[in-house]
Design a protein around this ligand. Structure first.
Ligand code: C5P
Length: 298
């Protein structure tokens, strides 16, 4: 399953929280609330965090994480998701939450958003709240624009600020090589530097390519309007694009607001070939990015 799915283990509930890549992202307008109206095609992939929640006495919410660099204060989206769920349902229970982080942060892979979706789903089950995914997704938009996708989509066409989710059925699995630089891209700053085009790019062709499972067409139709502002902010990115393009994948794009650059591969062995060569010492110094071979999950 690509969407977050809950598995009860005794009194604990464990949820897998997948990453996503954006195969298309176009800006349609700047809004009065500071956000952008956009159109994006997102696909969940099999690189995932894992969240385990257990009930606690006394109404306390506590978060721990295998990554000591992660902020596990109440400001973390997982804690904010738990608080939101309690507010909306009036539930007074607490929880001890353990997050195993595998998805790089500030990488354009939706890790924080997926963790928040996982928290809503896991606590809904742990606390027996009986809320539907659709209801959770309505609430989730206020945590972040991408959070509803992780509750509703395997692959989806997302509009509004990203929170309006129309599920798509991919025609087949897609293979990607994710190249995650050792730096992140601050989302708000990338959007701030972006420009809404006079003539926006149309997403019909990429939707058709995903629906038919045509990886070559997906590779040809990849597009991300945030590529230019992200490259302006992180001048290392164009070199990474070039290095990946030289390896002859089906296509290369930035995911979300970056910093991850990904290649579409023909199959598993093509993905391994690209991953092996991008990590070879002969390639331009991109300060040792982390490379992940992933598939879309259905
Ligand atoms: O929704 P989220 O919290 O992920 O957004 C982070 C920031 O990215 C926003 O504060 C906003 O500056 C920018 N953003 C935007 N338009 C969107 C989504 C995000 O301008 N559709």
């Amino acid at each position: 399953m690509s969407r977050v799915t809950a598995t009860p283990t005794g009194s604990a509930v464990t949820v897998r929280a997948p990453a996503k890549v954006n195969l298309f992202l176009e800006l349609r307008g700047r809004r009065a609330d500071g956000y952008h109206d956009l159109e994006t095609l997102m696909v969940a992939v099999d690189l995932a965090d894992s969240l385990t929640v257990t009930a606690s006495d006394g109404g306390e919410l506590a978060l721990t994480c295998n990554d000591p660099a992660l902020d596990s204060s109440p400001a973390n989206l997982v804690c904010r998701a738990a608080e939101l769920l309690r507010q909306r349902t009036g539930h007074g229970g607490g929880s001890v939450m353990r997050l195993e982080k595998n998805i790089p942060t500030a990488a354009g892979l939706g890790g924080g958003s997926s963790d928040a979706a996982a928290a809503l789903l896991a606590l809904n089950q742990l606390w027996n709240l009986g809320q539907s995914r659709e209801r959770l997704a309505e609430w989730a938009g206020e945590l972040g624009s991408d959070v509803p996708f992780f509750l509703l989509g395997h692959a989806a066409w997302c509009t509004g600020r990203g929170e309006i989710v129309e599920s798509l059925a991919p025609g087949g699995p897609l293979h990607f090589v994710l190249v995650c630089p050792p730096f992140g891209c601050p989302t708000a700053e990338v959007y701030r530097r972006s420009r809404v085009p006079d003539r926006p790019r149309d997403g019909t062709a990429i939707r058709r390519a995903v629906a038919s499972g045509d990886a070559a067409a997906v590779g040809r139709e990849l597009f991300n309007r945030l590529e230019a502002p992200a490259a302006e902010l992180r001048p290392e990115l164009p070199g990474l694009f070039d290095a990946l393009r030289r390896l002859d994948p089906l296509g290369v794009a930035l995911s979300g607001s970056g910093s991850t650059v990904f290649a579409v591969a023909r199959d598993d062995s093509d993905a391994r070939r690209i991953a092996d060569r991008i990590t070879q010492p002969g390639e331009p110094d991109v300060s040792r990015p982390r490379v992940h071979i992933v598939r879309s999950v259905a």
